[in-house]
Write a protein that binds this ligand. Structure first.
Ligand SMILES: [Zn+2]
Length: 444
């Protein structure tokens, strides 16, 4: 039995080893990686760390046969419904098609419920769940006209929204969402945080009482401090962030104490830390290997997000197997740079911005190495004071040389990926320039 602060079980190492061996011996996409494997005389962690990472563009190049064990008939499985195809889209992200295995997905989701006491208690797998998300990501889209409640039902789920841009939601549409929550009485409300924050701002403004689900689960996006603040004025339900992706299933779940625990029966996670010169060795890139999905082998997949390891290795909830994160740091695409060229994660920016009040929404666009545009949505009439306060905060984060302009907007809209951009550099930023070289394997 191995020890160490993450308390990984023997089964975890066995799953890691089996996935590594199967991938290198028989999955076509990984055949080129064989020379990087130091071999079975090395421990499994060293072997994983010696391998390159799988990028989304390689999924596209190898899809589908290159990611499936030989002898499995994709077309037959698609025909008999064992698997289906799941598309992710949007020019702000890399579009890709994935193999969707509902059975494995459901099992992965059930695994994640164990990591939060509220979910564990109330989620049965047959419970009512309302989903407030962008229909571009999940649900049924209808930007021309509205769909009836029946048309937005799918087994135990109700999709509360069929419109792709929350800035266009009408009062009537939001009244309907509030009414349907009351009728449907979901045990769990799964929400894109920016969407639920939009509904919450409406409920606050019009003093609407809203049905309280047993648990609110955030997915799809990073929940900002403003999202939390707005949502908590309307909902007193507990909240938990669920972290994963179409490619990887459920990877981390936030427990009732606020930390993130790894779904160890379904995935391996490796973290590639930032270089020491950035003074933050706890933060790094998340690399995911899925376990036991017979139809899709994700070996060291770059999910394009950053996380912060909780180096104490402990959580007050008592869960003690698997990596513990103190925070998800945000998407790699949301990385911005200080005037000195140091990386700033979305969490760092958002924690700083969070001291402001009266902000509905914000977005930061970095134009070049020293110029930044902050767009604010606020009902506060003292706009100049708010802009000056925001500039002070950004100077602290990005440096005194930062040239910051602040503009106001009536509302912000999501990207064509269906998700909001809260921060981004408009020029290319390669996260690998900031990662510790000891953890990077460059493919020649
Ligand atoms: Zn915990």
């Amino acid at each position: 039995m191995r020890s160490g602060k993450w308390g990984f079980s023997e089964k975890y190492y066995q799953n890691s080893l089996n996935t590594l061996n199967t991938s290198l011996s028989s999955i076509p996409a990984y055949q080129k990686w064989k020379p990087y494997d130091p071999g079975p005389e090395y421990d499994v962690d060293t072997r994983f760390q010696s391998l390159p990472v799988l990028y989304k563009k390689q999924i596209r190049e190898n899809f589908p046969e290159g990611l499936i064990p030989p002898g499995r008939d994709v077309n037959q499985a698609l025909e008999n419904g064992e698997i289906s195809l799941a598309h992710t889209s949007g020019s702000s992200d890399i579009s890709a098609t994935n193999i969707w295995n509902q059975q494995w997905w459901d099992a992965s989701e059930r695994g994640s419920w164990k990591l939060n006491s509220f979910a564990h208690k109330i989620a049965t797998g047959t419970h009512h769940e309302a989903i407030l998300a962008n229909p571009l990501n999940v649900g049924i889209s209808s930007d021309n006209g509205y769909l009836s409640m029946d048309e937005r039902r799918l087994s135990r789920f109700l999709f509360l929204n069929e419109k792709t841009d929350p800035s266009q939601w009408t009062d009537k549409h939001m009244d309907r969402m509030i009414e349907e929550l009351e009728i449907f009485r979901p045990v769990v409300l799964e929400a894109n945080p920016s969407f639920l924050a939009r509904l919450s701002r409406y409920a606050i403004k019009h003093d609407k009482k809203v049905y309280q689900p047993g648990l609110i689960v955030f997915t799809y996006e990073y929940p900002t401090r403003f999202h939390y603040r707005q949502i908590s004025q309307v909902f007193n339900s507990p909240t938990a962030s669920s972290y994963g992706s179409t490619e990887t299933g459920y990877v981390f779940m936030q427990c009732e104490e606020g930390k993130f625990h790894q779904n160890t029966d379904f995935c391996r996670v490796d973290i590639q830390p930032l270089k020491r010169e950035y003074g933050d060795s706890e933060t790094g890139r998340i690399i995911i290997t899925t376990f036991n999905n017979p139809w899709y082998y994700m070996l060291r997949f770059d999910i394009r997000d950053l996380a912060r390891i909780d180096s104490s290795g402990k959580c007050a909830c008592g869960r003690n197997s698997g990596l513990i994160l103190s925070a998800i740091e945000g998407r790699v695409i949301s990385l911005t740079l200080t005037c000195d060229g140091k990386p700033v994660t979305l969490r760092t920016l958002d924690d700083a911005m969070g001291v402001l009040t009266d902000i509905d929404e914000y977005r930061l666009d970095q134009i070049d190495s020293t110029r930044y545009i902050l767009t604010l949505v606020s009902q506060n009439p003292a706009k100049e004071k708010l802009a000056a306060d925001a500039k002070d905060i950004l100077h602290t984060v990005y440096g005194e040389k930062a040239e910051i302009s602040v503009k106001y907007a009536e509302a912000l809209s999501p990207e064509d990926s269906g998700k909001y951009s809260i921060a981004r550099a408009v020029f290319p930023v390669n996260v690998e320039d900031f990662l510790d070289e000891d953890y990077l394997v460059r493919v020649s």
